[in-house]
Unconditional design. Structure first.
Ligand code: ADP
Ligand code: MG
Length: 775
């Protein structure tokens, strides 16, 4: 029911950065995933390795404690025995793999832990086994009874994956549930009841759920409390991380507030800096970090440089979108890249993922491949759920050989025999590259990764990296607005804002906006987010509507029936009004409406998502106080842009550096190759013994005339960064609002240096009289 229009904002029409967020955004109705992924049980990513390799992989960089080192040896051993018994009896696996045993033991001994295993290695068991072991340990300890067994709470960003896990656990007869937006009011009540009765062992939820004050209160009151808090995708907590998510910082606060007995953090990728951040946020000792090597002996890592060719400037957009130019007398970079790709795919048969940067590319590339006789399909977050499902199932079952995908494809895909992973564009970060190639060859058989380095890919990376930083002036406007909303309110009072409107009003994209709010909340402690609300509810009554409500004896049903006002097609309902009239809570009215919607008695529509914040302390009032806040927040946002640019450079360095790719990759994660080997022997560098030369990047110097053209297209002079974005081709809320993305000057200076553009437009703005924002 979320009004999805509100979320459509991107630098390109189809940008992939929004996709991760999209994945976790509560969807109307999530599929209950029952598909090929459920056959994961016997999958092992390291099946076919030789013994020496395995021994190496198992060797941790920081040695975990063996059971003998756990303080209470007796207890340590019996805990391990119990864990092994659960592993065999409940999960049907003969033994632990990687560092699972160490992690499980730490948790059972009462420590916090961090687990860094690649996807598919078996992180979930590290919390699932303790969750089941607690009541049994309680019996041995005699310290508490079954009615205070507590629960293990798993915070995980992907609802679809949570559903898979819950289904798998239930199949094994283990009491697990997830609380997410697809749950009906009754479902939620039932889950709360089983929590109160200590009947649930594992509960999954998304991090956003922790903003829900009702949920937090319920969880805080469970008899026995939270025995274990499991934080999946824990790298999101780190500002160093490639996918920092402010919501995750609140997970750490939540752990303290509900006094979680212990915490286990799980991630597939963590550089040393990220691991340090996670350990700090969740109080994990160094000896309780468990990790496996990222080295994959069965992967051949290849890279190839594609030169620009004789590319006229107006081909930029075509280049970016990878559209072949047909017969035009010369070859574009894109033509060349496609030729390479066709050759690669012909000589490397088997299931293949081709990663691209944009949704539109996923589509165009799949079409081009189909035209050339390949069995290909597209996958990206912009597709309909059924289409995505179709492609995913087709790929899993082997009906589709090649998927051209954005970053959205892969999470939760556990296909053992992916033979090739191709990077058409530069990956955003080394972590992302590592995750994506890690999907190849999970069956241990030889697999190939190909990475194309082309000039237009650099341009794309710039676009992504440069899109988030607002101008300082925009930021100040926003902060003044927020303070204004709260001006006449006191501590403990609630103010509401629409992020959507603020994005447009202050030309700040959704992701930096949420970081700004998180900084004001967590760094300055000004306020705290509580459950967001929709301002407007309306519905279309179905045939069964009247009959159902008349026969529903609940107070909510009666209140809705009398409070909803029929207009032409829709019934309008003011939920606040209806609730207060009937002395009910707004929450229960909303839940009832959702329930009616789910059962098909109404078609519910919501609009105007409002974020709500409760004020925690006095807010800054004087100009210097406000300036100080703006400075601090702005510095943080600037650092993020620099980091994003650096991350792109790290990917380049990995591929074009004077050393083995696999070794460079391992070192990025603070490790080395097995046995301290200097090189892997199966990457482009090892094969050719020389670095891959990056393609020349066409760069033009800015001319007065080209700058002037952009200035003539708009009256805006208050924001040089805005003008540079228009010229370079980066969308922002204000660019779209002024329709400048449709102007010929948009992206007209794409082949220039962004910093040069920024300098030139700063000069132009300084010279112009301060013109007010254009309407
Ligand atoms: P991750 O979260 O690390 O990506 P999962 O926890 O989803 O991985 O596990 C991947 C697969 O490995 C699952 O099918 C799981 O049942 C299986 N698995 C986990 N641990 C073991 C083990 N010790 N022995 C055999 N299979 C295991
Ligand atoms: Mg997992």
């Amino acid at each position: 029911m979320a009004n999805d229009d509100e979320f459509e904002d991107s630098i390109f029409d189809n940008v992939n950065e929004a996709e991760l967020a999209e994945l976790e955004r509560p969807k109307k109705r999530r599929r209950t995933s029952k598909g090929p992924q459920d056959n994961r049980d016997d999958d092992s990513i390291f099946d076919d390795l030789d013994e020496a390799d395995l021994a190496e992989l198992e060797r941790p960089t920081q040695r975990p404690r063996t059971s003998a080192e756990v303080p209470n040896t007796q207890g340590g051993q019996s805990r391990l025995a119990l864990a092994e018994r659960i592993l065999k009896e409940q999960f049907g696996f003969p033994c632990f793999r990687h560092e699972q045993a160490g992690a499980v033991q730490s948790i059972l001994a009462g420590d916090n832990a961090l687990v860094i295993f690649p996807t598919g290695a078996g992180k979930s068991l590290c919390y699932q086994i303790p969750a089941i072991a607690f009541p049994e340990l309680d019996k041995v300890d005699g310290l508490r009874g079954p009615s205070t067994a507590g629960v293990t709470l798993v915070v995980s960003p992907l609802i679809a994956l949570m559903t898979d896990q819950v289904d798998a656990l239930k199949k094994r007869g283990l009491p697990a549930e997830s609380i997410d937006s697809s749950k009906s009011w009754e479902d939620v009540q039932r889950i709360y009841a089983s929590l109160r009765e200590s009947k649930l062992r594992i509960l999954y939820c998304a991090p956003e759920r922790l903003n829900n004050e009702g949920f937090v209160a319920t969880i805080g009151d469970i008899p026995g409390g939270i025995r274990l808090l499991a934080v999946d995708e824990a790298h999101c907590v780190s500002e160093w991380g490639y996918s920092f998510r402010p919501e995750y910082l609140k997970v750490a606060r939540f752990a303290d507030e509900v006094k979680a007995e212990r915490v286990i953090c799980l991630t597939a990728t963590a550089t040393p800096n990220v691991a340090k951040d996670i350990c700090k946020a969740f109080n994990v000792k160094e000896s309780c970090v468990f990790k496996t090597s990222v080295y994959r002996p069965n992967l051949e890592l290849h890279a190839k440089s594609i030169s620009a060719g004789s590319v006229p400037a107006d081909y930029w957009i075509r280049l970016v979108l990878g559209m072949p130019e047909g017969d035009k007398g010369f070859k574009t970079e894109s033509d060349k890249r496609f030729e390479e790709l066709f050759g690669f795919l012909r000589s490397h048969p088997g299931p293949t993922l081709v990663y691209v940067a944009l949704q539109q590319q996923a589509e165009t590339h799949a079409n081009v491949l189909k035209k050339h006789g390949f069995n290909a399909a597209a996958f990206h977050a912009g597709m309909k759920t059924e289409e995505k499902r179709f492609v995913q199932d087709g790929f899993m079952s082997g009906k589709i050989q090649i998927v051209c995908a954005t970053i959205a494809f892969g999470m939760g895909i556990d296909k053992p025999d992916i033979r090739n992973v191709v990077h058409w564009d530069l990956a955003n970060t080394v972590e992302e590259y590592s995750q994506q190639i890690g999907r190849a060859g999970r069956d241990g058989k030889k697999s190939y990764c190909m990475f194309y380095l082309a000039p237009s890919a650099f341009y794309l990376r710039q676009i992504f990296a440069r899109a988030d930083l607002p101008s300082r002036q925009s930021l100040k406007g926003l902060i003044l607005d927020i303070l204004g909303q709260a001006r006449d309110l006191g501590v403990r009072q609630v103010f509401k804002v629409s992020h959507y409107q603020q994005e447009r009003e202050y030309d700040i994209r959704a992701s930096p906006l949420s970081i700004i709010y998180a900084t004001l909340e967590l760094h300055f402690g000004f306020f705290r987010a509580i459950t967001p609300q929709y301002t407007t509810y309306k519905f279309e009554a179905m045939k069964s509507y009247h009959y159902t409500l008349k026969n529903d004896s609940s107070k909510e049903a009666t209140a809705i029936l009398s409070g909803a006002k029929k207009k032409v097609k829709f019934h309008d309902i003011d939920v606040n009004e209806v609730a207060s009239q009937a002395c009910l809570t707004r929450d229960n009215i909303v839940k009832k409406l959702n329930q009616l919607n789910e059962r098909g008695h109404v078609k519910l529509q919501t609009k105007g998502l409002e974020h709500r914040y409760i004020i925690l302390r006095e807010l800054p009032k004087t100009e210097p106080e406000i300036e100080a806040v703006v400075d601090k927040v702005y510095a943080q946002l600037q650092t993020r842009e620099t980091d994003a640019l650096n991350r792109g450079r790290e990917v380049m360095d990995l591929i074009t550096g004077n050393r083995c790719f696999a070794r460079a990759l391992a070192e990025h994660f603070g490790m080395g190759l097995p046995g301290g080997k200097p090189s892997c022997g199966h990457c482009t560098y090892c094969f050719t013994k020389r670095p891959v030369k990056p393609p020349a990047q066409p760069r033009e110097a800015t001319t007065a005339a080209s700058i002037q053209r952009v200035l003539q297209a708009t009256k805006v002079r208050d924001d040089p960064r805005f003008l540079a974005r228009v010229a370079y081709g980066i969308k922002s809320p204000r660019v779209t609002e002024l329709k400048l993305d449709k102007s010929p000057v948009f992206r007209s200076l794409a082949h220039h240096d962004f910093d040069d553009l920024l300098r030139e437009f700063t000069k132009a703005c300084d010279a112009a009289p301060a013109t007010k924002r254009q309407a």
